[in-house]
Write a protein that binds this ligand. Structure first.
Ligand SMILES: [Mg+2]
Length: 160
């Protein structure tokens, strides 16, 4: 929280809207250091530092700061505009009924998706088929109610 609400240096990644701050990098370095100290054999897939494949069947997936844009703008979580992990947790605790994931990275949704599924969430692709987590990372996750069928009926044509 040393960085929250302060002027931060930005470094563009793919474009001006996709950037990191020193807060992202610092938080990630703390996490990587702790993992390498305690579980050095584990793979790490980190948003800012990339993939460290050590040949382990286990991997840590790190998104050091979920919602960098909001963080830089000083927007509190309760006013969140888009932070995938937070959205999936909102679904897990019943504040949201569905989350459409399209075009985010593994580290953006991995933890939140798992939490939502463990809370009873239901996932599929937009046609209602079992999701395939590939380079597209496109899926929907709902609270398991009839909204899932409603979304399949209404999204099938939009995303095909
Ligand atoms: Mg992030």
């Amino acid at each position: 929280m040393d960085y929250f609400g302060k002027q931060l240096e930005r470094t563009n990644k793919t474009n001006a809207a996709d950037f990191r701050t020193q807060a992202d990098v610092a938080a990630e370095e703390i996490l990587i250091s702790a993992i390498e100290k305690n579980l050095p054999e584990y793979n790490i897939v980190a948003e800012e530092h990339g993939t460290m494949d050590k040949g382990s069947p286990y991997s840590f997936i790190i998104d050091p700061l979920d919602g960098t844009n909001n963080f830089v703008l000083g927007i509190q979580r309760s006013l969140d505009l888009w932070a995938p992990g937070f959205c999936f947790c909102g679904l897990a605790c019943g504040r949201l009924e569905a989350v459409i994931n399209d075009g985010t990275e593994l580290y953006d949704y991995a933890a939140g998706r798992l939490i939502a599924l463990e809370a009873g969430g239901r996932t599929s692709d937009f046609q209602g088929k079992p999701e395939v987590l590939d380079d597209n990372d496109t899926f929907m996750l709902t609270n398991g109610s009839s909204i899932h069928e409603f979304l399949v009926d209404n999204l099938t044509h939009s995303f095909s």
